[in-house]
Design a protein around this ligand. Structure first.
Ligand code: BT5
Length: 325
């Protein structure tokens, strides 16, 4: 953790203030260094009061995401958030995480961007990423399981997102297989998993997550106004994105640990309890092919088991789901 992140962590842990002398002692740096870090934090929007009696006191944080702030807020995770980067703008955070992986980045790297110029969904669809309004980020992982089990990670991300949203906002989401989170039938978040693998070995997985947080209805482009919503619209108040981002990383870390230690079944059961798709008659469009049947369950690799009208079970790993009429 950087000294700045350590200062932020100490300020948050001492709401009534912490003296400059105490900060120097804890962090092993000079008073001048503390003072200059405090100035740099003020310059990016933190409000920090300095008084002779109370020392330094943090009274407000900026709306922008800052890597040091996210590190400071994140309590110990096993893997996710091993490194955190925040970019003002990029094409797609999935591209950034992929490049970072090739450059040897650690497992658990998380790359956020305040805006994306070419955010994408599956099959090259566009993902709208309004500047400063959502959480647009990617997580780099190198899981130990086989490439064929990778759908587990989409399931894992969905359960973690649902828990983080509930904990931060009190809102309940529904999961729509394979990669959507909905509130009142409208999309609030999407997950894009991209994989680099050989037949039996995963090089890396990038889990891209887009979450609509503080948009108002008029801020959505007309193409998605009718199908999308944000946490602010659903809950009626602005959501602190840093707090939500940290909750998501924390929950992802917990669920990734469950999957890596052979407890995917627990995650899948939690997922099934919130899934809108299971138990329903659905159409699943995969390229030019349409599969129809009853969505029965997830298997141990995270694939959907579809019972066809002839009673056969088909194993489906992707596609677009609509409810059958
Ligand atoms: C997804 O694809 O839902 C995956 C979206 C993943 C986005 C993240 S952001 C960080 C990372 N970097 C990236 O470049 N991508 C990931 P799919 O199921 O194919 O859904 C795409 C469809 O969702 C579009 O065709 C629109 O209909 C709709 N859509 C686009 N932007 C949206 C938004 N902001 N909110 C809700 N729906 C949206």
């Amino acid at each position: 953790m950087t000294t700045v992140a350590e200062i932020l962590r100490a300020l948050r842990a001492n709401e009534t203030g912490i003296s400059g002398a105490e900060l120097c002692k804890r962090l092993g740096v000079s008073r001048t260094a503390i003072w200059s870090h405090i100035e740099s934090l003020r310059n990016v929007g933190f409000e920090i009061i300095a008084s002779p009696h109370r020392g330094y006191q943090l009274t407000a944080s900026p709306e922008a995401l800052l890597a040091d702030d996210l590190c400071a807020r994140l309590s110990s995770t096993r893997i996710i958030g091993s490194q955190i980067r925040v970019l003002p703008q990029t094409t797609s955070t999935n591209d950034e995480a992929t490049q970072a992986s090739r450059a040897g980045a650690e497992d658990g790297l998380v790359v956020f961007a305040e805006s994306q110029t070419a955010g994408r969904g599956r099959l090259g669809r566009a993902w709208h990423s309004a500047a400063g309004k959502g959480l647009w980020f990617s997580v780099l992982l190198r899981p130990s399981f086989a490439p064929s089990d990778c759908t587990r990670l989409t399931v894992t991300a969905a359960t973690a997102l649902a828990r983080a949203i509930r904990a931060t906002t009190g809102l309940t989401t529904q999961i729509k297989w394979p990669n959507d989170l909905l509130i009142d039938g409208r999309k609030i978040a999407g997950i894009l998993m991209e994989l680099s693998a050989e037949v039996d070995h995963i090089h890396h997985v990038v889990i891209g997550i887009g979450m609509d947080v503080n948009q108002t209805v008029s801020e959505f482009p007309s193409a998605i106004k009718g199908i999308a919503t944000s946490l602010k619209i659903a809950g009626g108040k602005t959501v602190n994105r840093a707090e939500l981002a940290v909750a998501v990383m924390q929950e992802l870390d917990a669920d990734y640990h469950r999957v890596q230690s052979g407890r995917f079944k627990d995650v899948a059961d939690e997922w099934a309890a919130q899934c809108d798709t299971l138990g329903r008659e659905v159409n699943i469009q995969i390229g030019a092919h349409r599969h129809t049947g009853r969505a029965e369950a997830l298997d141990e690799s995270g694939a959907l088991l579809l019972r066809t009208p002839h009673g056969r079970i088909e194993r489906i790993t992707g596609g677009d789901v609509t409810l059958a009429q």
